[in-house]
Ligand binder design. Structure first.
Ligand SMILES: *Cc1c(COP(=O)(O)O)cnc(C)c1O
Length: 459
């Protein structure tokens, strides 16, 4: 399988090349040159299979790997999950289901992709005898998932930038309590968009990039999107797909998760709607409503992993909506950087609206949804999942709706306790998190300082 850049100027790469590159050299994101198709029989045959087997069948055609080899990596990736189903479904209402994606080692859906990426990277580095430096920006969950996946691995040095004071204490401790010397938690004086911009700037400095062997594991990495395609299939077939069409509501920030749903749909999974759910940082909801993609500032919320304004994977959706015109996408991205936004062409907007719907939840609505769901069903939602459930309920009535529960409530205990009156306990394997010693480095929001720090740590 070949991968092309959304900005049309970088060389095509194979699966491993695209995974190791992360960001393309023209600043774009890699997407598959064509999307493998599954017919109804192949989809129906997935029903009832173990998660790992579904993962293998869904991902294999996107890779250049030998089946038995990928099987071993997939099995290792999900062995540490605390639930046999990996991604179990829970019923919330007559036609509303919650897909619990928080049974991995750091209690958020990011583990699905990151645990697999850890296996894939280690495998590639072993074979190549090379060393890489991973640099990632996180609004909280990516960083902990990355550190958990890469801690102690040979030939991998892992730097995670997070916005100082803007992640929850559980998120922070999951990043700062890893004792392995190859992981570095960096607290940046800025917000998540500053962290993400710094990572992008590091990648665009080609000499730095080559010198340190820079690799991205942020949601821009194609392998992460691919790993997330799997649970759209596993959940849909357990509710009767391909005979029944299902919809999904996805709490969204960087658009990686919901874009994985779009890939599943294009592979042949009968998906009715992909509903993009945002908190009050609603650039994506406004985009679908108005046809104008325009920044207007980020403010902190109780769902911090969605406090994002530059939604990097939205570029992939634009590339598809603009009929894979990399030049057009490059122009839009320049406009976003220079003028803070851009209008979407009529044709592209119609294409987007065919697949995606959207909605927004205020802080009060999010809290009220946590309270009401707890009272009505006994299910405790994290604030991100609650944003999803609130928006999903506005889109019911067209067949089964699956809302993605993206994190465990215990990752955001203050918001959950404020809504329900009960503090959600950490699962047993994490019960001592608050006793473990922390280790982190404060850094100013300055690119040169950051480069210097990374190079010092590598020597
Ligand atoms: C990362 C994250 C999101 C947003 O996912 P994207 O793929 O960035 O859209 C939502 N909820 C939680 C808990 C997350 O960690």
């Amino acid at each position: 399988m070949r991968y092309v850049s959304t900005r049309g100027q970088a060389p095509d790469l194979d699966f491993e090349g695209a995974m190791l590159a992360g960001l393309a050299r023209d600043g774009g994101l890699y997407v598959p040159e064509e999307i493998p198709q599954f017919d109804a029989g192949e989809i129906a045959a997935l029903a009832g299979l173990p998660y790992e087997e579904i993962a293998l069948r869904v991902m294999l055609p996107f890779t250049d790997m030998e089946e038995g080899h990928l099987r071993g990596l997939v099995e290792a990736a999900y062995a540490g999950f605390e639930h046999d189903a990996r991604a179990p479904l829970v019923q919330l209402g007559p036609d509303h289901f919650l897909l619990e994606l928080f049974h991995g080692p750091t209690l958020a859906f990011k583990d699905f992709a990151m645990q697999l990426i850890g296996q894939l990277f280690q495998d590639a580095m072993k074979r190549r005898g090379e060393r890489i430096t991973i640099v990632g920006a996180t609004s909280g969950d990516t960083g902990s998932a990355a550190i958990e996946a890469f801690r102690g691995l040979d030939n991998v040095e892992c730097f995670i930038l997070y916005p100082h004071g803007r992640v929850s204490e559980v998120q922070r401790r999951q990043m700062t309590t890893a004792s392995e010397a190859n992981v570095h938690a960096l607290a940046v004086d800025g917000d998540f968009d500053d962290c993400q911009a710094a990572v992008k700037a590091l990648f665009n400095d080609h000499s730095f990039r080559d010198r340190v062997g820079l690799t991205a594991v942020n949601s821009i990495n194609w392998a992460r999107v691919l790993a997330q395609v799997v649970y759209y299939f596993s959940s849909a077939v357990s509710l009767g797909a391909p005979a029944r069409r299902v919809s999904f509501t996805v709490p969204t920030g960087n658009f990686g998760d919901v874009f994985a749903g779009w890939i599943a749909k294009r592979m042949g999974l009968p998906v009715d709607r992909l509903v993009v759910a945002t908190n009050r940082n609603d650039i994506l909801h406004r985009t679908f409503e108005t046809g104008e993609h325009r920044k207007n500032g980020v403010s902190p919320t109780i769902s911090p992993s969605m406090d994002i304004e530059v939604s990097s994977n939205f570029e992939r959706a634009l590339f598809m909506a603009y009929d894979r015109n990399g030049q057009a996408v490059a122009r839009l991205m320049d406009e976003l950087r220079d003028e803070g936004g851009f209008p979407i062409s009529q044709g592209a907007l119609e294409a987007l609206r065919e697949d995606y719907a959207s909605g927004r939840a205020s802080e009060a609505e999010t809290a009220e949804t946590i309270r009401a769901m707890h009272a009505a069903t006994g299910e405790t939602l994290c604030p991100h999942s609650a944003v999803g459930v609130k928006v999903a309920r506005e889109h019911l009535g067209r067949g089964p709706m699956i809302t993605l529960a993206t994190a465990h409530p215990a990752k955001f205990p203050d918001a959950v306790e404020a809504a329900t009156g009960a503090r959600p306990p950490l699962p047993p394997h994490m019960a001592d998190l608050f006793e473990r010693p922390e280790r982190m480095t404060r850094v100013e929001n300055d690119l040169d300082a950051l480069k210097k720090l990374i190079e010092e740590r590598l020597t």
